[in-house]
Design a protein around this ligand. Structure first.
Ligand code: CU
Length: 107
């Protein structure tokens, strides 16, 4: 009986992990402020379980629940705060509102 219970718990843990995917997205972030903006937005994005942006490479690593969201939606969320995400361009209005040091043209 006990063995069965452990087996059941182990199986559900595997299923839970299967549900989570990790992707990397190339963004147009340039500084720590961008990092903060994007990571904060990711923390509010439905289905995202973890997000880290590497400022040096501008690569955002996102873990998300496949049952709740998808890469296209995550890229859109990045675009919404003013940054490019892979081939998906930043929303012009959001980009205009970025701090001048966060604009890719200033670098
Ligand atoms: Cu910035």
């Amino acid at each position: 009986m006990r063995t069965l219970l452990i087996l059941l718990l182990t199986t559900s843990a595997v299923f839970a992990q299967k549900d989570v995917q990790t992707i990397t997205i190339k963004t147009s972030a340039v500084c720590d402020m961008c990092k903060e903006t994007i990571e904060k937005e990711m923390s509010f994005t439905k289905g995202v379980t973890a997000a880290t942006l590497d400022v040096k490479t501008a690569i955002l690593t996102v873990s998300y629940r496949t049952t709740r969201t998808d890469p296209a939606t995550i890229r859109k969320a990045v675009n919404k705060v003013g940054y490019d995400a892979d081939d998906s361009p930043a929303e012009p209005k959001a980009y205009d509102n970025l701090h001048h040091c966060c604009k890719k043209e200033s670098h």
